[in-house]
Design a protein around this ligand. Sequence first.
Ligand code: CA
Length: 430
Amino acid sequence: MPLSANNPDRKSWLHVDKNSDFPIQNIPFGVFLTRDDIITIGTRIGDTAIDLGALHQLGYFKDIPLTDDIFLQDTLNDFIADGRKTWRLVRNRIAEIFDDENEKLKGNLKHKEAVLFRLDEIEMQLPVQIGDYTDFYSSIEHATNVGTMFRDPDNALLPNWLHIPVGYHGRSSSVIPSGIPVHRPKGQTLPAGEIQPVFGPSKLVDFELEMAFITTDANDLGEPIPIEEAEEYIFGLVLFNDWSARDIQKWEYVPLGPFLAKSFASSISPWIVTLDALEPYRVESPKPLKKQLEYLQQTGKRSFDINLEVSIQPEKAKETVVSRSNFKHMYWSMAQQLTHHTVNGCPVNSGDMMGSGTISGPTPDSYGSMLELSWRGEKPVTLNDGSERKFINDNDTVIMRGYCEKDGTRIGFGEVSTKLLPVFNPKKSK
Ligand code: CA
């Protein structure tokens, strides 16, 4: 089916700023609360949010096989479960409805009033109910930096790393949308030089610059997904900040990997940008350094050219960009991650979320965590207001942004912005 929604020449009758992440070629999907306190599935063009539930009720999706209530839901899970053919029909239809040359909705004031919202009239929600969340560790630069710091610079990568897209099962209950603040976690740590652990606030709270992909119903128990089919089951991507408490992590992670150091919060951007919208930005992945086992061998362009950046905004100062990276640096692709995830027969469902792992680039200004940017705190990062950061301070806001740009068309993700609050205090919170 043609991706007519990606036509770079199409203009919308809705206003779109030149540098907007959301031209008519994007058409992401999200869930929002409207000014009337109604929850609905929607999309966005420029700075206008579009109520797809209302559009559907007014008959604009006629002839597309959709249930009546498919967009009148508080999650995208059922729509995503309808599969890629339906996503494409709906995106193509939305592009037609908002095409500058189509007068049907453009000329109907009453319908426009029911369907269109300013961004300050809506409140974005989590776009999917995330059944399972898995986090990978697929940037060779990040894995090498961490291995160098914590183990052995001469053998920074563990023996399995070039053979397996290493991952672990995360916790979906603490995945939150942009704008929801997070408390500094408490936990067990082992102070340097001590043999007894202590309990208290983490002193080394960090971000991890990641992206995450959202899947559709992919397979039944026992059924692996072949590598050449894997992308059919990927609905789209979001920006992903995998909050991490480095001191808790260091003490707890042996032998079974991350646990409470990661599960206190992970933040995502609220608009899911479809894999279809990203198609024009496909690029080569890094060449495999070792021959990969056959079930993981993938041909063609495996990655996407997505510019990424991280800012820190102190409570009373402007933000400072502390890292610029790119999704194309990922050594293992999303298809390889999903294939590996299911090779043992593990089912993947609609609304599952897979984190990429921290996306570090090759240069020190492209590292995707404070752990790497400040090199364990040995090289503090100076912000524009003159203050220094080794890790994240109370009341700092961490903001991640991402976009693709080619031939004058820009497709972006908006942002995921999360404030780190001081440790939870039950008395103050009442
Ligand atoms: Ca992570």
